[in-house]
Design a protein around this ligand. Sequence first.
Ligand code: ZN
Length: 415
Amino acid sequence: MRRAVTALLVVVLGAGAAAAQTPRYSLLLKGGHVVDPKNGVDAVMDVAVANGKVAAVAPAIEAAQAERVVNVAGLYVVPGLIDLHAHVFIGTAPDSYLSNGDVGAHADSHAFRSGQTTIVDVGGPGWRNFDLFKTNIVARARTRVLAFLNIVGHGMSGGPYEQDLADMDPKLTAQRIRANKDVLVGVKVAHYQGAEWAPVTRAVEAGRQADVPVMIDFGGNDPPQSLDDLLNKHLRPGDIFTHVYAHVRGRTPIVNAQGQVEPFVLAARKRGVVFDVGHGGGSFLFRQAVPATKQGFYPDVISTDLHTGSMNSGMKDLLNVMSKMLDLGMPLQDTIRASTTKPAALVRRPDLGHLGVGAEADIAVLGLRKGDFAFVDSGGWRMPGTQKLECEMTVKGGQVMWDLNGRSHTLWSAQ
Ligand SMILES: [Zn+2]
């Protein structure tokens, strides 16, 4: 018996000695300025990763404890960015717009190079074609792809599909969401041109049944509907109004003819309605954004409305939209919160959008360049700016997915 105990001790001690030689962390980002709004961190800190999760955040973590050490001094280290409004349901169906058509963008071609680890497709699929979206897009992307299901069964297929009230079924929409909560995180309404409130009321009903938020792309209704009624009668706290700085046909802008943010918009924010940028190709006007931000009306969420139209015009990518907000006076910490912590909370993913110990090791390392830059809005106007964010590195689940200057690589040597 005594011999058996001794043997066991030797085994345990032996294992301990071996463990001491194995690095504790797979990756250590050293010396960066960590901005983690959820955990109240805004200071120079080291960030260590193990097993795909954040393992430690501290002022000085010993380099010897990590397999790979990356010097990120002079850069910001923030949670992996989350784009709450994008369109990535690409496919080959002819004339199918943002639902298995050719107007959306390829998730992995855009996400990592601009610091994003999660993209939310809003309204590409509906309950009828969600399985195709899951197979072709979600399962094949290295980017984490989540989605708001369109209240239209055929999704954002364009043309008459999006005008078909008979294809807007709250029960079937909610059922599909409840069965796929790992991917489906909300309900979307967009592009309806009729006078009826049915698309909105049915989407909110689906959201209620599935216990998820609703995102509304409002406007184009003929005759126009009341924005006050939408924000204060139909939407619930936590529901999202996108394209906040747009002024499109058939939609009341948030800044009125007197240059003031409408009091009913302020009232809606007070009751918890969420305001999202959703820049897009036609939904961000300095004419709206400048007076609104001067009056302190900054967005709750910063998102792109990524598609082939927006990415090649004033929008470009999420970092460009965040830079635009920075140059409009939004503090850096708030732009980070609006593209990490806030969207993660809205889609109820507490493992995302922050760098607390145990969170997914989704991390963006950003440079903040100072110089002479300019930004363009959807009306074609140009605005000079002095700050621009640039993506230096993106880490997802502990894996380096983008590394602009090869910081995580070993220096080449002729030997
Ligand atoms: Zn959109």
